[in-house]
Design a protein around this ligand. Structure first.
Ligand SMILES: Nc1nc2c(ncn2[C@@H]2O[C@H](COP(=O)(O)OP(=O)(O)OP(=O)(O)O)[C@@H](O)[C@H]2O)c(=O)[nH]1
Ligand SMILES: [Mg+2]
Length: 682
C-alpha cells in the first residue's frame, strides 16, 4: 500500500462499546503493555489517561473521547477511548469514521448483550471494520459458545470466534488462538505464556468452525476444507485481514483489561489485520494528492481551541495553511500529540497519524481540511435528536451574555447540545441526550468560564381557547386637556376549530369605524390574545368587528387599539375559556423484550398507544407509536433507559393541542398566575 511504510504505517483505532465495559481500562492496559506509560492507572484511583477530565474522574465514567498514541513494535497506534454512555454517543459518532478499525469492548454477561446494538448497528451501517473484545473474561461464567450466540443476535455481520478460553475450576486461565494454533496461559500484568494445547479436540472443532466461516468468502479455502487439505497459515491470516477490512466478518477476541490479559494478542491482531489509512481514506471517498485531514473532535482547553484530526492523505507541518469545504483558510497554530490531557509539541505529523491542531478558527468537527484551495464536502455524520431538556438561568444576570458565548463554544465541542433562547417560554433551553449529558455540559461551562448557572424545568407552552361565542362592546373615552381619546367597537368573538389559529373579520358598513382605524382594532385584539383570561396565549378564535363609532377629533390609532383591548377583556371571560396542552406524537424505540413495559409507561403518562411494529432496520427491536402530553415527556427518557439498560430512545414531534380541564388545569393556571405576580414584584 502506498503511504503505509510497508504495511506498518500509523493506525488509529477507536475503543467503543457499552458503558462500563472496560474501554478506559483497556486503553490503560495497552499503554502499559506498550510502555507508553510506566505505571498503570485505574478507574478507582482516578488516574487513567482515558478519563482525563475532572467531569469524567468525578463520575468514574468517560464523558468525552480521549486520545492516546502508543508505539507498538515499529508502528504507532493512536487509540480513541470513547465514552460508553449513550448520552455521550455524539462524540463517538463524530470521531469513529476517521478510525481504521474499531474495537468493540463487551462484557461476557448475557444480560448486557442488548447494550451492544446501538454501537454495532451504526458500525455496520457506516461500514467501519470492527472486532469484538470480550473483556472481563476473569469474571466470565458459562460456555463461550452460548455467549457468542447471544452476541451474534446483536450483530448483523457474522461473528468469528478467534480464540477459545481454557478454564480451571470454572475460571478462565488462558486461551487457544485458533489462527495461530497456539495455547496461552494468562499471567497477571505480564505477557501470557505459550503452552502445549491440552484439549486438542476442542481446538480442532473450534478452528474448523472458524475456517468454515472464512471459507464462505474464499472458494479456494472451501475446496481445501472439502478435500481435507490443511490450509496454509498465510491464507488464514490473509482472509482474516481481508474479511475484517471488507466488513464481511467480525472477529471475536477475549481478555481482561484489568489483569492485562489478552491485550498483547489484541494488539497483534490489530497490527496484522486492521486496515490502514489508505483504506480509511477510500471509505471516506478521499483520493487526493493533496494533504487531507478529517476533524474528529474539537476541544477548548486552557491553551485555546484544539482540533483533533486524522491525516488521511499527505502529511502536516506546524504553521501550514489548510482550507475547509468553504475555502476558509486556517493556519496551524501548534501541532500536538495527545496522551489524555497531556500534549507533546510536534513540528510535523506523518500520513495516518492522529494529532491535535492549535487555533484552527473557523474549523468545525466533521470538516475535511485540505492543502488544496477547497476541501471535499463534509462527510455525513448522524446528528442525534435531543431527548432531554433543561432550562438554565444565570445566577447573576450580568453573566447572561457570557453564558451565550460559553454555550456557543460548548456546542462546537458537542453538537448534540441544542440551545434555544425561547421568546415564548422566556427561558434559555438546553436540549441534549440526557440528564448527565446536560449536567456535564453545564459543569464544564461553570468551571471553565467561572459562571454560576442554575437549572430549572422547561416550561410547557400551554395555550388557551374558548368554547362559546359572545358579542361585546369595547368603548374607550377619555377627556383630558386638549385632545381627548375616543374609540368604540362592537366585537363578535367565536371559537374556531382546533388548529385554525386566529381570524379577524371586518364587517363594518357605512364607515361607522373609519377604514384607517380597522387595522388598529385588529392590533388591539392581537395584543390582548397574547395572554387570555387564563393567562396563556389564545388560539383558535375568530373576532369580527361589526359595529362601532368614532369622533372626528379624538379618535386615533391608539384609542381604537385600547377600545378593542377593552372589548376583548370584557368579552373573553364569558366565552368559557379552556386550557390547551401540547400533545406530541412520540416514536419509542426499544428492544422487543421491553415493548410490553413501554405500553404501561405510555398509559401511566396519560398517553395513548397508536400501534407498534418492528423497528425499521433494527433486528429484535420494536417501535411504539403513541401520543402523549408534552408535560409528561420531561423525563420519559430516564424511564425508557431504566427499562432497557440505557438503549431505549424516542423521537417526538408536535401533533396537536388538546383541551385540559379539571383540577390539573386549575393548578397550572394558578401556578402561572403566581409566577407572573412574583415576576411583577421582583
Ligand atoms: N473484573 C474486571 N473488571 C474490569 C475489567 N476491565 C475494567 N474493569 C472494571 O470495570 C469498570 C469500568 O471500567 P472502565 O474502564 O471505566 O469502563 P469504560 O468502558 O471505559 O466505561 P465508560 O467509559 O464509562 O463507558 C471499572 O471498575 C474497571 O475497574 C476487567 O477486565 N475485569
Ligand atoms: Mg471509559
Amino acid at each position: 500500500m502506498p503511504n503505509d511504510n510497508g504495511g506498518k504505517g500509523p493506525r488509529t483505532v477507536a475503543l467503543v462499546g457499552p458503558y462500563g465495559s472496560g474501554k478506559t481500562t483497556l486503553l490503560e492496559s495497552i499503554l502499559f503493555a506498550t510502555g507508553a506509560v510506566q505505571r498503570k492507572g485505574s478507574i478507582s484511583a482516578k488516574n487513567t489517561v482515558g478519563d482525563s477530565s475532572t467531569e469524567a474522574r468525578a463520575r468514574q465514567m468517560s464523558v468525552e473521547i480521549n486520545c492516546a498514541a502508543a508505539p507498538y513494535l515499529d508502528q504507532t497506534f493512536t487509540f480513541l477511548d470513547c465514552p460508553g454512555s449513550i448520552e455521550f454517543l455524539q462524540d463517538t459518532l463524530n470521531a469513529v469514521i476517521g478510525a481504521d478499525a474499531v474495537v468493540v469492548v463487551v462484557e461476557p454477561e448475557a444480560a448486557k448483550v442488548q447494550m451492544l446494538k446501538p454501537y454495532l448497528k451504526r458500525l455496520d451501517d457506516l461500514g467501519i471494520p470492527h472486532l469484538l473484545f470480550v473483556n472481563k473474561i476473569d469474571k466470565a461464567t458459562g460456555p463461550v459458545e452460548d455467549l457468542l450466540n447471544l452476541l451474534q443476535e446483536a450483530s448483523e455481520k457474522p461473528l468469528l470466534l478467534r480464540q477459545i478460553p481454557t478454564t480451571k475450576n470454572g475460571i478462565v486461565t488462558g486461551f487457544v488462538d485458533l489462527a495461530l494454533e497456539r495455547a496461552f496461559v494468562y499471567r497477571e500484568h505480564a505477557p501470557s505464556e505459550v503452552i502445549e494445547i491440552v484439549d486438542k479436540d476442542s481446538e480442532k472443532s473450534a478452528r474448523y468452525a472458524m475456517l468454515e466461516k472464512l471459507a464462505d468468502f474464499d472458494e479456494t479455502l472451501m475446496e481445501e476444507l472439502l478435500s481435507d487439505v490443511e490450509p496454509g497459515r498465510d491464507r488464514v491470516f490473509d482472509d482474516l485481514r481481508t474479511d475484517m477490512a471488507k466488513g464481511l466478518l467480525v472477529p471475536v477476541l477475549l481478555g481482561s483489561a484489568e489483569k492485562d490479559n489478552g491485550v498483547r494478542r489484541l494488539l497483534k491482531a490489530l497490527r496484522h489485520e486492521a486496515p490502514n489509512v489508505a483504506e480509511c481514506a477510500k471509505r471516506l471517498g478521499i483520493a487526493s494528492a493533496d494533504t487531507t485531514a478529517l476533524v474528529l473532535k474539537t476541544v477548548y482547553s486552557t491553551g485555546g481551541k484544539l482540533s483533533l484530526v486524522r491525516i488521511l492523505t499527505g502529511s502536516l507541518k506546524d504553521g501550514a495553511g489548510l482550507h475547509n469545504a468553504e475555502g476558509t483558510d486556517s493556519r496551524i497554530g501548534g501541532l500536538f500529540a495527545l496522551k489524555g490531557a497531556a500534549q507533546v509539541k510536534l513540528t510535523e505529523a506523518a500520513n495516518g497519524e492522529t494529532v491535535a491542531l492549535g487555533r484552527m478558527e473557523g474549523v468545525a468537527t466533521g470538516d475535511f481540511l485540505s492543502s488544496a484551495k477547497i476541501a471535499p464536502p463534509r462527510p455525513a455524520i448522524e446528528r442525534l435528536t435531543p431527548v432531554y431538556r433543561l432550562a438554565i438561568e444565570a445566577a447573576d444576570r450580568k453573566d447572561e451574555v457570557k453564558i451565550t458565548a460559553a454555550i456557543a463554544k460548548l456546542r462546537e465541542e458537542d453538537p448534540s447540545v441544542g440551545f434555544e433562547q425561547s421568546a415564548e417560554l422566556h427561558q434559555m433551553v438546553l436540549a441534549g441526550q440526557g440528564e448527565i449529558h446536560l449536567k456535564v455540559a453545564i459543569e464544564k461551562m461553570m468551571s471553565r468560564y467561572g459562571l454560576k448557572i442554575n437549572t430549572v424545568p422547561v416550561r410547557v407552552p400551554y395555550k388557551e381557547t374558548i368554547r362559546k361565542s359572545t358579542s361585546v362592546r369595547g368603548r374607550h373615552k377619555r377627556q383630558s386637556g386638549g385632545h381627548g381619546q375616543f374609540g368604540d367597537v362592537v366585537l363578535e368573538i367565536k371559537p374556531l376549530p382546533r388548529g385554525t389559529g386566529f381570524e379577524f373579520h371586518d364587517e363594518i358598513v357605512g364607515g361607522v369605524v373609519p377604514k384607517q382605524w380597522i387595522p388598529s382594532v385588529e392590533k388591539g385584539v392581537v395584543d390582548y390574545l397574547k395572554s387570555g383570561p387564563l393567562g396563556f396565549p389564545v388560539v383558535d378564535v375568530s373576532v369580527t368587528l361589526n359595529d362601532g363609532s368614532y369622533h372626528t377629533v379624538d379618535s386615533s390609532d391608539a384609542a381604537f387599539q385600547t377600545a378593542a383591548r377593552i372589548g376583548m377583556q370584557e368579552g373573553m371571560p364569558n366565552c368559557s375559556p379552556v386550557l390547551l396542552e401540547p400533545i406530541m406524537h412520540v416514536s419509542i424505540h426499544v428492544p422487543s423484550g421491553a415493548t410490553a413495559d413501554v405500553n404501561s409507561v405510555v398509559s401511566g403518562r396519560r398517553g395513548k398507544i397508536l400501534g407498534f411494529d418492528s423497528r425499521d432496520g433494527w433486528k429484535g427491536w420494536d417501535t411504539v407509536e403513541a401520543e402523549m402530553p408534552l408535560v409528561e415527556i420531561g423525563n420519559l427518557i430516564i424511564e425508557l433507559r431504566s427499562l432497557t439498560q440505557g438503549v431505549g430512545t424516542y423521537e417526538m414531534k408536535f401533533d396537536h393541542l388538546a383541551e385540559l380541564s379539571g383540577k390539573v388545569a386549575d393548578q397550572i393556571v394558578a401556578a402561572a398566575k403566581a409566577e407572573k405576580e412574583a415576576a411583577k414584584d421582583a
